[in-house]
Design a protein around this ligand. Structure first.
Ligand SMILES: Nc1nc2c(ncn2[C@@H]2O[C@H](COP(=O)(O)OP(=O)(O)OP(=O)(O)O)[C@@H](O)[C@H]2O)c(=O)[nH]1
Ligand SMILES: [Mg+2]
Length: 336
């Protein structure tokens, strides 16, 4: 078993780097912080045989870090990549992502292309895009799950409008029937879209509407923001449908706010893991100059990104996630 040093801009950054270089099984033995916030970790690339070996590794690691100078947040850069680092830092990119993009750019610079264009190409390769998976002749239920106020209902209206424009037959449904005004708001969107609206007691009730659903391509299902309840209900709906109806599929999409904390992003992701979400929508990108952490969160948890929302307007502020929109956000902080 070997001890490795891993430097990062801060603790989270160093941990991400340790995980990406040495794998999920790497063990942090000790760490050292510098005055500018930089962190150096000493990590072991495996599981120690027992407490004695762990203690031995720890003392070796402490000796190793004790001899080192404090880590510096500024690493030397290949000429031409300074702009890439500067703009990515401004949008909140982690050191791991900056290094990955800057190294790819440095390796290709003799091509004579502008470093930011090369960076845009590399960014396009890094982030997972959710593929639309509609099977003709079936009804797709897309359930939108996320913390209260992140933009679930608004995203449903926006996506509904896209499907209607594409000639799909859309229905809206909600299990948020108890919240003041929730059903009325969905009905108002239903009127605009000329789409039927179901206020459901619970999600499994949707399985009783099978005759009706046979004529519908897409049901957009709104939820309450109570993640435990929403997860349970979507699980039950899937269960009932799997027994009764092969032509209806249920996919979950997480709605993640770009202004939410990393703890909130982690929380919704782990609370809904059992539903195996097909992808996510990242909202409120207009409300922060640092949109990259939310995108990186999706990348770390291997959650494909389906749509990006940069304002409340139903018609204008909803974009399919693409390599170009990721590059816009990470290099310019907003979608052009
Ligand atoms: N600036 C901005 N506002 C947004 C965006 N998406 C939604 N909103 C606004 O955020 C507020 C909450 O949006 P909702 O769609 O009601 O959120 P929700 O997740 O359904 O909320 P609950 O039903 O209370 O759980 C509304 O005022 C929306 O107009 C966005 O991308 N940018
Ligand atoms: Mg809502």
């Amino acid at each position: 078993m070997q001890i490795h040093e891993v430097e990062g801009n801060n603790m989270r950054d160093a941990l991400e780097r340790a995980r990406s270089v040495h794998g999920d099984g790497a063990i942090v033995l000790t760490h050292r912080s510098a005055r500018d916030g930089g962190v150096t970790l000493a990590v072991a690339d495996g599981t120690p045989g027992g407490a004695r070996e762990l203690e031995h590794l720890r003392s070796e690691a402490r000796g190793l870090l004790g001899k080192r100078r404090a880590p510096s947040r500024r690493r030397p850069r290949a000429p031409g990549t300074e702009d890439v680092e500067r703009v990515m830092r401004a949008t909140g990119a982690s050191q791991v992502l900056i290094d990955r993009v800057a190294e790819a750019v440095a390796g290709r610079l003799p091509e004579g292309t502008h470093p930011l264009d090369l960076a845009a190409e590399e960014i396009g390769l890094v982030f997972p895009v959710a593929k639309a998976r509609r099977t003709p002749g079936t009804t797709s239920v897309f359930a939108f799950v996320g913390h209260t106020g992140v933009g679930k209902t608004t995203s449903i209206a926006k996506l509904g409008a896209r499907f209607v424009r594409a000639g799909k037959r859309v229905a809206l449904a909600t299990i948020d029937a108890g919240s003041v005004g929730a059903v009325e708001r969905l009905r108002a969107y239903g009127e605009i879209l000329r789409a039927p609206v179901f206020a459901l007691r619970d999600a499994a009730q949707l399985a009783l509407e099978l005759d009706f659903l046979a004529g519908i391509d897409v049901v957009l299902l709104d939820t309450t923001g109570d993640l435990a309840r929403d997860t349970r209900e979507i699980g039950e709906l899937r269960e009932v449908l799997s027994r009764t109806q092969a032509n209806v599929t249920v996919e979950t999409y997480l709605v993640l706010s770009a202004v939410g904390s990393l703890a909130a992003l982690d929380g919704v992701t782990s609370a809904t893991r059992d539903l195996q979400p097909a992808g996510c929508v990242i909202t409120k990108l207009d409300e922060t100059p640092v949109p990259t952490p939310a995108l990186e969160h999706a990348m770390h948890v291997r959650l494909p990104i389906a749509f990006l929302s940069d304002g409340p307007d139903i018609a204008r502020n909803f974009h399919r996630a693409t390599a170009d929109t990721f590059a816009d956000l990470i290099l310019r902080g907003k979608i052009s």
